[in-house]
Write a protein that binds this ligand. Sequence first.
Ligand code: GLU
Length: 552
Amino acid sequence: MPAAGSIVTRFAPSPSGHLHVGGARTALFCWAYAKGRGGTFLLRIEDTDQKRSSDAASLGFLKDLKWLGIDWNEGPEFDGCGGGDRGPYFQSERLEIYNAHLQRLLESGSAYYAFETTEDLDTKRSAAKAKGVAYRYDRTESVNRTKQEVAELLASGRSAVIRFRTPEGPITIQDAILGQATLPAGEVDDFVLRKADGFPTYHFAVVVDDELMGVTHVLRAQEHFNNTAKHMVLQDSLGFRRPTYGHLPLIFNPDGSKMSKRDKDKMLRKAVTERKISQPPTNTVSQEEFSAWLAGKNVQLEHAQADRLAAALQVVLPEINVDDFRRSGYLPEVMCNFLALNGWSPGENREKFDNAFLAQAFDLSRVVKTPAKFDRVKLLSFNCDAITGMPRDEFVNRVRNHGHAYHSDFMRKLSAEQFDTLAAASHERSKTLDDLFRLNRFLVTDDQAVCFDSKAAEKNLQGAEPNGLSHLRALRGVLSEVKAWDAPSLEGAIKAFAEAHTAGQLGKVAQPLRVAVSGTTVSPPIFDTLVILGRGSTLARVDRALQMFGTH
Ligand code: GLU
């Protein structure tokens, strides 16, 4: 084992969208492993798949990691993180480096050019399938070409890949989490090192980079376990060191399905099919895209399209990416705590901890081998505990920041004072930083546009006299005359009214009032609600309710 301080871990995402919780968990473990041992955690962006990579996506990854508090010592420079002299940290900027090492392999005969077209290979694959045998790339034709023939084909502009000449024999993988496994001889065929577009494959780039960046510990998802065999034979051919490998369990939904971005499409498709919707709601997606999406089970909507469709159909999408959880009002420290428990535990029944503890305690010996189940109920309860346990000021600050990030309408329409009152009144009832916004939309709705929940209105504003509406009518006069529009004065006046008219039963007065101003039976404490709305809006809403329900 390398001396403390010389440990180097890396997180190497392919930026193909937002950071998935599985990726975040990998990053967190890599970070903790290095951090707790005085090592280096580096971030490398694996953007060699030209079709899937985008700058915006890698930026999103960096933001998501920063938000979680996962700082990288080396890597792309972003918000005080990164830099370092083992870069560039974007693989797309390292092509010369890969080519130099490829050249070595070509010269030693460990790699060769291959000129088959995709169609050629597909035909061979189908033939193998028809015969019921596993397809293996047949190197005969390629390796028998003379240097001269290869040069001529290349000069003639023929498209070519470079393949690795995989040595014969079984390959044994040592894994610090899963133990040892041997792949029989012939299992790994001559895989591609450089694609026809000149970009290295993942396998080649990852091996070169892990060596040049001095990575000592490769912690990554279990789906890469078999790839490790390829990486090992390549390391041997290139004369590279072998890092310690640890493959982390996948994260599944509680029903055992893989937790994936497709879950959002699945949920939307279900809603659309159940409601027999054949045309997309306005301003969501084009008819053409909508039809293609509905027809093809594997077609996925873009992030923004899915969000728009979900909003139009009033479907709450499951959070999958770190950014989804952030939007939904989960706290970064809770996310880290919870993610760490997906596949690892510190023992002694300890469940709540922060990243500093994780860095100290994290060890591969306690990482489990079997898939982790992502328990959303537990996550929400962790979040709720953290929110209710934090000092009031902190909650108000954090919820304000959340508002600025995701609910600019609230922040525009409410004054700082109104917002602070709302935040303070919502603290104890909040499970997420988003609850306050989700549950109190009525506060920023125009007085004339408040929607009434029909059941709430029926129960509280209608019915036999003296009903809620008659109390409301009488209360209107009291409200218009309350001297100071603050919680104690309102409380005094409304309670006195209840004493006089409903034998002190405050609910009989407060509930109709609440429905009149909010449209529903749930709101922050009624006096706070009225203070936030102000006298003008309160009276306007009461008048509207009296008018709307008075005629029924
Ligand atoms: N770019 C790979 C991925 O996102 C990294 C795998 C690895 O860590 O080697 O899955």
